[in-house]
Write a protein that binds this ligand. Structure first.
Ligand code: AMX
Length: 435
């Protein structure tokens, strides 16, 4: 059985030829016009990036290398005795487009456990952070600091050839993913616990180890939740803030630690990854104002008061999606199976019946349906992980998989420095003066 790196080495020459052929045949073809509105409007819908791991359809949602979440759930290997897909498997899929064997996935678990230790100075950086510093800021600092031992940065300084970039990027990416549980666990224990951290178990899979580091290792349902959670949060094509930032920074040949540190700073924004924290805060605030088991009318007027206060309803809307996010649905299915009577889950279900029609009536949001963040916090809370300031860190652990996979391919395919053209408003007025 080939290792992931061996399989990649086989795939890369074919992919290089494939890209050459695509560019030879279609390189000069246009996607259509670029409008001035797109420059002012956050580049919405502008075709601008290559991203191979996943593609997002507005109605259908995400497909990882062509496979829907349901297909991934049934095709990717699960842990012995478990039923949710192992994130090790989706990393293999994102990188190769292939479904790994159970043995290949187990090998990845062992490899990541062996690479999991973080340097002492990174531990100290985390330990010195005041508990009032947001966990995402701590997370991004620690990931950036891992650049100290980057294989890519060292190889570049040693003058390695371009064609070998991908191998070093691969090693850094594997180290990055492997070290995230120790970083996340340390932040969690420092901010919310007594700072003491158990060791990684080399016989356990990635999610089981992460659960143990967070203090939930004995709860099999929570471990299964983490497996599903990480799998569905890994990747959401290339244009979202965290994915695009990682690719952009990587294009300057900044190593994967620097590139992914930048991704995390974008994920920490409330319109992106921080929305999972915001949803829980919003739900708790709603409960404190209108009580538990509130009527539909009380929920409706609370939602309206949010909108009238000039705030967004967190967890709803999306820049690309135009239907309910299948990542929301996957989490709802998990809840129906594992915690159908949880009061907060019931509230989330009640809101699902109420918010879309209000957003439609308000008439601004292009997508009134829930996204991934509307559901994740409720599941974590159910198992006792109720410190919502930590939720985006778990999103970040997952997002590393998708960003790392693309960074490896970008270096394998020789992706150039990103440098789009910008214009001033004055320049735009000039260009279109007589048109
Ligand atoms: N509640 C209230 N208003 C909303 C809304 C929501 N959930 N979603 C969109 N709108 C508003 C926008 O703020 C915008 O108002 P404006 O014209 O006054 O600026 C208008 O509707 C049009 O926005 P849009 O084109 O539908 O959305 P977008 O592509 O600009 O932004 C997103 C997408 C996700 C930022 C937005 O829907 C939003 O703010 N949602 C709430 C935050 C959230 O859940 N973010 C997480 C997204 C998923 C993720 O990245 N993890």
């Amino acid at each position: 059985q080939l290792t992931l790196k061996e399989r990649l080495a086989e795939l890369i020459p074919t992919e290089i030829e494939k890209v050459k052929a695509i560019r030879a045949e279609h390189g000069k073809k246009a996607f259509g016009p670029v409008t001035v509105d797109q420059l002012y409007g956050g580049m919405r819908g502008l075709p601008a990036l290559i991203w191979d791991g996943s593609v997002l359809d507005p109605d259908e949602g995400i497909r990882f290398r062509g496979k829907s979440i349901d297909e991934c759930k049934s095709l990717l290997p699960a842990a012995p005795g478990g039923s949710e897909p192992l994130p090790e498997g989706i990393f293999w899929l994102l990188l190769t487009g292939e479904i790994p064997s159970a043995e290949q996935v187990a090998e990845l678990s062992r490899d990541w456990a062996a690479r999991a230790e973080i340097p002492d100075f990174v531990k100290e950086i985390i330990d010195r952070c005041p508990p009032t510093l947001h966990p995402m800021s701590q997370f991004s600092m620690a990931v950036t600091a891992l650049n100290h031992d980057s294989a890519f940065a060292k190889a570049y300084q040693d003058g390695v050839s371009k064609k070998d970039y991908w191998g070093y990027t691969f090693e850094d990416s594997m180290d990055l993913i492997a070290k995230l549980p120790n970083i996340a666990g340390r932040i969690y224990r420092n901010v919310f616990g007594d700072g003491k951290l158990p060791a990684i178990d080399s016989n356990k899979d990635y999610s089981a180890n992460l659960a143990t580091l967070l203090g939930f290792g004995d709860n099999q349902a929570f471990v299964e939740l983490l497996r599903l959670y990480i799998t569905i949060h890994t990747d959401h094509e290339g244009g979202n803030v965290s994915a695009h930032t990682g690719k952009l920074v990587g294009s300057a040949l900044s190593d994967p630690f620097l590139a992914f540190g930048a991704s995390l700073n974008g994920l920490a924004g409330p319109l992106h990854g921080l929305a999972n924290q915001e949803v829980l805060l919003w739900l708790r605030k709603m409960q404190s104002q209108i009580g538990e088991n509130a009527t539909d009318d009380a929920v409706k007027s609370y939602v309206w008061s949010t909108l009238k206060g000039g705030q967004v309803v967190p967890g709803y809307g999306h820049a690309v999606l135009r239907k309910t996010d299948p990542r929301y649905t996957a989490q709802r299915e998990f809840a129906l199976k594992n915690l159908p009577d949880d009061p907060l889950f019931k509230l989330v279900g009640q809101i699902y019946e109420i918010v879309p029609s209000i957003l439609l009536e308000a008439g601004k949001a292009k997508n009134p349906w829930p996204n991934v963040d509307a559901h994740s916090g409720v599941l974590l809370t159910h198992y006792g992980l109720d410190q919502m300031q930590f939720y985006t860190v778990l999103f970040g652990v997952s997002r590393a998989f998708g960003v790392a996979a693309q960074l490896i391919w970008d270096r394998a395919l020789g992706a150039p420095l990103e440098r789009p053209k910008s214009y001033s408003s004055e320049a735009i007025q000039k260009i279109f003066k007589d048109k």
